[in-house]
Design a protein around this ligand. Structure first.
Ligand SMILES: [Zn+2]
Length: 401
C-alpha cells in the first residue's frame, strides 16, 4: 500500500479511500499504514481501499471525512471498523492524540477525525492549526484562500477572505462549532491587506464581536477599522494576548504589512502569501519588493520553520526547505532578468520573454509583472537603470542613477 501523502494529484481531484482500523476490547486502535516524512516524523496514514468488503456482516462504516475544496490533496474517506492485519500499528487513541499534540507524530486528518471529530470541516495536519479553504477571487490556478483557526484558547481567525454568502455561512458554522468546544476566538488576524485575505471581515463583524489585529501598513489599506496594530520586527516575538505559544514577525515583500505567525514549540507556521503550494506568489511592483520578499523568506528560514501553512494550497511538512526553495527560485529568476538585460533586452516585453522563456506567453501579464518587480528591485540595488523613454539597461558602476 503506497503512502500517498507526498504525491501531488491535480487540484480538486478527489480520491476515495477507506481508513480501516480495528478496535480491540480495551479500545486500542490498529492502523494499517505507517509512513515516515522526510524529516523522520512518523505518520499514521490510511489504507488504500477496496480491500475491505462492505456488507451487512462485514466491516462497518463508522464515519466519513472529506477534505475540503481548495486543497490539492483531496480525499473522501470512509472510516471503517474491520479486521486489521497483523503488521498493523496498534495504539490507544488517547496516546496517539497526545503524541500528535506534542508534535512527535503526524496524523492524517481523516484518522484524527475518526478518533476526535473535526470541528471546522477543514484539515488539521498539526495540532491547533485548522485550515478551512474558502472560495475567493484569487490568482489562478488557486481558487480558494485558506482561513485558519490558530490555537485552541483565544484562537486567532486568520485571513477570512471570502465575501461570498455560502462561504460566509460555512465559516460562521465552523466558528460556532469551534467556539462551542474551545471558547471564544481571540481576534481576527490579517496577514496582509489583499482582497482575497480580508473580504470576509465586514460580514463577520456584523455577526461576531471580534477585534481585528493587523500591521499598521495593512490597517491603512483596508476599508474597516483595525482594533490592534501589530508591528513586530523581522524576528519572531511572542504575540501578547494571542493563543499560547504563538509568535509573530514582520515579513514584508509581498505586501508592506505582511505578518507571519509561528509556534515556538515546533515551528508550525502560518505564512499568508509568503509561500504557496498551489499557484505562485505575485510580487506586484506597485507595492511589493522582491528583494525585501527574499530577505523576509531567508530570515524566516534562518529562525526555523516546521510545518508551513500557506494561504493557498496544502500545508507543507518541510517548511524551512520550502521557504528556502521559494527564496532561491526568486534569486534564480533575478539572475535571468539581469542576464536578459546584459544580452541587450531593453523593453519590459523583451526582458520578460527572455527571463521567462519558454513560458512567457503562457504566463502572460503575471510574467510581465514579476519581471517588472525584479527590474525595480535591480534598479533600487543600483544594478539596472531606466532611461528617459522607459527602456531598461544594466547599470555600470558610476552610471547616473
Ligand atoms: Zn496577497
Amino acid at each position: 500500500m503506497a503512502h500517498q501523502l507526498l504525491d501531488t494529484p491535480a487540484p480538486q481531484e478527489v480520491v476515495t479511500r477507506d481508513l480501516l482500523f480495528d478496535r480491540d476490547s480495551d479500545g486500542t486502535l490498529a492502523w494499517t499504514v505507517r509512513a515516515t516524512t522526510q524529516s523522520g516524523l512518523p505518520v499514521l496514514a490510511l489504507a488504500d481501499s477496496g480491500e475491505a468488503p462492505l456488507g451487512p456482516s462485514g466491516p462497518k462504516v463508522v464515519c466519513r471525512h472529506t477534505t475540503p475544496k481548495g486543497l490539492a490533496h483531496r480525499w473522501a474517506t470512509r472510516v471503517v471498523v474491520g479486521r486489521a492485519d497483523e503488521s498493523s500499528v496498534r495504539r490507544h487513541p488517547d496516546e496517539v492524540l497526545a503524541e500528535w499534540r506534542r508534535g512527535s507524530l503526524l496524523l492524517d486528518p481523516a484518522s484524527r477525525h475518526a478518533i476526535s471529530p473535526d470541528l471546522v470541516g477543514g484539515v488539521e495536519w498539526v495540532h491547533g492549526v485548522r485550515v478551512l479553504p474558502l472560495r475567493t477571487a484569487t490568482l489562478p490556478p488557486a481558487t480558494h484562500t485558506n482561513c485558519l483557526f490558530v490555537g485552541e484558547r483565544r484562537a486567532l481567525l486568520v485571513d477570512p477572505g471570502s465575501a461570498e454568502a455560502d462561504e460566509q455561512l460555512r465559516l460562521c458554522e465552523a466558528i460556532d462549532r469551534f467556539v462551542g468546544r474551545n471558547g471564544p476566538l481571540g481576534a481576527i488576524f490579517l496577514t496582509h491587506h489583499h482582497a482575497d485575505h480580508v473580504s470576509g471581515v465586514p460580514g463577520l463583524l456584523r455577526r461576531f464581536r471580534l477585534p481585528v489585529w493587523a500591521h499598521p501598513e495593512t490597517a491603512s489599506r483596508v476599508a474597516f477599522p483595525v482594533d490592534r496594530l501589530i508591528a513586530p520586527s523581522a524576528t519572531f516575538e511572542p504575540l501578547e494576548g494571542g493563543p499560547a505559544g504563538w509568535e509573530v514577525a514582520h515579513t514584508p515583500g509581498h505586501a508592506p504589512g505582511h505578518l507571519s505567525l509561528r509556534r515556538a514549540s515546533d515551528g508550525a507556521a502560518v505564512v499568508g502569501d509568503m509561500v504557496a503550494s498551489i499557484g505562485t506568489i505575485l510580487i506586484d511592483p506597485s507595492e511589493g519588493d522582491v528583494r525585501e520578499y527574499v530577505t523576509s523568506l531567508r530570515s524566516m528560514a534562518a529562525q526555523g520553520i516546521g510545518v508551513v501553512h500557506p494561504a493557498h494550497g496544502d500545508p507543507v511538512f518541510e517548511g524551512t526547505e520550502r521557504v528556502l526553495a521559494t527564496a532561491g527560485h526568486r534569486e534564480w529568476r533575478e539572475t535571468l532578468v539581469l542576464a536578459a538585460l546584459r544580452a541587450g533586452a531593453r523593453s519590459l516585453a523583451e526582458v520578460t520573454a527572455q527571463a521567462y522563456a519558454p513560458n512567457a506567453v503562457a504566463l502572460g501579464w503575471l510574467a510581465a509583472r514579476s519581471t517588472e518587480a525584479h527590474l525595480v528591485a535591480l534598479e533600487r540595488a543600483g544594478v539596472a537603470r531606466r532611461d528617459e523613454v522607459g527602456a531598461w539597461h544594466p547599470a555600470a558602476p558610476g552610471d547616473p542613477s
